[in-house]
Design a protein around this ligand. Sequence first.
Ligand SMILES: [Zn+2]
Ligand SMILES: [Zn+2]
Length: 387
Amino acid sequence: MAEKRDYYEVLGLQKGASEDEIKKAFKTMARKYHPDLHPDDKEAAEKFKEVNEAYEVLSDSQKRARYDQFGHAGVDPNYGGGAGAGAGGFGGFGGFSDVSDIFESFFGGFGGGSRSTASSANAPRRGGDVNSNVTIDFMEACKGVKKKMRITHMVKCDQCNGTGADANTTTSTCTECHGRGSVQVNQRTPFGTVSSTRVCSRCGGKGKIVTNPCSKCRGSGRCRTTSDIELKIPAGIDNGQVLRVGGQGDAGLNGGPSGDLNVSVNVRPHDLFTRRGVDIYCEIPITYAQAVLGDKVTVPTIKGKVEYDIPEGTQSGTKFRLRGEGVKYLGRESYGDQYVTVVVEVPRKLTRQQKELLQKFDDSLEEKNQAKRQSFFEKLKRRFEQQ
Ligand SMILES: [Zn+2]
Ligand SMILES: [Zn+2]
């Protein structure tokens, strides 16, 4: 696995950098590597991605704290390198992220554990992710919203402070693994029999057995509980997107970082607007006279309303664009557009007098007033003449 660069290094910063310094450095670097300035430049694209990733972590105080403590493994569950805090590296053949890892593991196992995981007996292990979902209104998705929600997750047991042991307990060395926390297992593979190490199932990798386990968590060090959290949903979120909240999943083991909370967001439809990506679509009904004469109409937008000049002679079904009146791009200060379709409403239930006026008006029309109709009848006439 390629070594990941230190996030501070990526942004050209020292570890104790202030929030302002981080923001400034990000702006400079993002501008430097922006894909618009380097079209088709793969290296710049990679750099741009790296800068964004670094900023995503360092600009979030919770993620930054975890990164400072545990490095990449603290903020990226897929990151297998580093101090062994990642989810990989345990449990036989699960959790490999690429082929080279598998080979390393197979061949690393030869010759008696040259890449022994025994040292990971008490290594911190990241807690699992927790999945949940939330339903919000259309406008809340456009503008961003804070939502209180209740989640169920594993937290550190407050009675034993996560040790799993009763206050008056003694601990003894695990007889299964002799305190190493891992056991050697032989496994048949396409490459022959390979011995590898696995977390000891008796002590769960701790290397010790607690004689008087904590009564609340029954020795696991964690308890399942419900927590009320406030979820900050950013402006621009769309139906079906998943928000990842760092550190709100299950508590880690042996002081490892907590997993994340993944919240999938459902957005209720709106009665005036529909949305495709960051663009908003709506229809506005206008009268026949407005279409013929032109008029100033009020168009609702997600931010309020705008005035729009419908030009004289607008046809039903004409679509116009309101630039920048759409939804905010997630995590960016730019906006989509709004498309408005004008629909001419044909009046119904006219009085006799109204009908007469309309008939008079219709009789007064000349061919040049209705070009489409004129050309249609010309085509029709030619067709009949051919037959
Ligand atoms: Zn053991
Ligand atoms: Zn406990």
